[in-house]
Write a protein that binds this ligand. Structure first.
Ligand SMILES: *Cc1c(COP(=O)(O)O)cnc(C)c1O
Length: 358
């Protein structure tokens, strides 16, 4: 059976090289006579995986010495709570910027654990907030925003300015797509099923001074201080996910690192947006300054054509283009693993479909 171009927003496409390597290691990994799934997370073989993952992540993102790296279970949704539990402070409120559905979910979850204020909301305008939209008090425990809103395809092109207040970024659908100035952040987190591996886990990068004074009760598996002290192994970690993520980072390094990924990703996104804009048939409604490199939603002139579009795309080996139920239309998620050839195949299909149905 042939592989397809998988445009799913997540869990999403993984590089063939990563899947083949994982497959070849299933019965006998590293000459252990066992799978990674069958070995102890405390043994030296797995310790090497965990160390290599951290080393590669630090090299790729140029993570400064004073930041800690965690690999935790519970995905980004787990971190919605963990951020509030670890960085919220009694008597202080947290401030949230909203530019889409995930930011709203982050607010709803955090509000269970700390006092939350929304200080910008540009969701309805289909763009990321700029400085004039944001009303920071300067007294918050932290400021949270969503760097790339996966569902509508709204991505910040700059880092929000928060002065001395720690900035926390949900980078779930954009981490590793291009370089990030880590030192501008208090913490960054991302679920792994978009650009970093399989679903169910999350990567956290946090400045060490923020986790020195452990706040009140935090469930141990979400406690950044506890997990940092235990190398993310307070509980038995998701070892196979971690191993897959290590292979993904190896693949990114083999491609040439994040500058090269950024060039590829920008070229892919530009090709698709340019085609959509020039077509005068398909439409992307997002403000041009906020268009995502990773998730490209688009509509057809008449939604009665949607089902036919999706059916024929599937036949052409272009899978999972259906947009999120909340906004309809189509969405092409073009993460690191999507080659330019996949984007070109999509554009060719879209052109042909428009000619036949326009
Ligand atoms: C996918 C995603 C999430 C949720 O990730 P889970 O692993 O399902 O918890 C959160 N935020 C953003 C921006 C996402 O893209």
């Amino acid at each position: 059976m042939n592989r397809v171009y998988n445009f799913s927003p997540g869990p999403s496409m993984l590089p063939d090289a990563v899947l083949e390597k994982a497959r070849d290691s299933l019965l006998n990994w590293n000459n252990t006579g066992m799978s990674v799934m069958e070995i102890s997370h405390r043994g030296k073989d797995f310790a090497a995986v965990a160390q290599s993952f951290e080393g590669r992540l630090r090299r790729l993102l140029a993570i400064p010495e004073n930041y800690r790296v965690l690999y935790l279970s519970g995905g980004a949704t787990g971190q919605f709570a963990a951020v509030a539990l670890n960085l919220g402070r009694p008597g202080k409120h947290a401030e949230y910027l909203i530019s889409g559905q995930w930011g709203k979910k982050a607010v709803a979850e955090a509000a269970q654990f700390t006092d939350v204020r929304t200080v910008a909301d540009t969701f309805a305008q289909l763009r990321a907030p700029v400085a004039e939209d944001i009303n920071l008090s300067g007294e918050a425990s932290y400021v949270h925003y969503t760097h790339n809103e996966t569902i509508i395809g709204v991505e910040y092109q700059t880092v929000p300015e928060t002065g001395a207040v720690p900035l926390v970024g949900d980078f779930s659908s954009t981490l590793l797509s291009r370089p990030v100035p880590i030192s501008r952040y208090g913490a960054i987190y991302a679920c792994t099923q978009k650009n970093i591996g399989a679903a169910g886990t999350a990567v956290v990068i946090v400045r060490e001074d923020l986790i020195k004074d452990k706040p009140k009760a935090v469930p141990s598996i979400f406690d950044w201080t506890v997990q940092d002290g235990q190398q993310s192994m307070y509980n038995t970690p998701a070892t196979f996910n971690w191993y897959l993520s290590e292979l993904v980072l190896e693949w990114i390094e083999d491609q040439g690192g994040l500058e090269v990924m950024a060039e590829h990703n920008q070229a892919k996104a530009s090709a698709l947006y340019d085609y959509i804009d020039d077509s005068q048939w398909y439409r992307n409604p997002i403000d041009k300054q906020s268009r995502s490199w990773m998730n490209v939603p688009f509509t057809l002139p008449d939604d009665s054509l949607d089902a036919r579009f999706l059916g024929e795309a599937e036949q052409a080996g272009l899978a999972n283009l259906k947009g999120h139920r909340s906004i309809g239309g189509m969405r092409a998620s073009i993460y690191n693993s999507m080659p330019m050839a996949g984007v070109q195949a999509l554009i060719d299909f879209m052109r042909d479909f428009a000619q036949r149905n326009g």
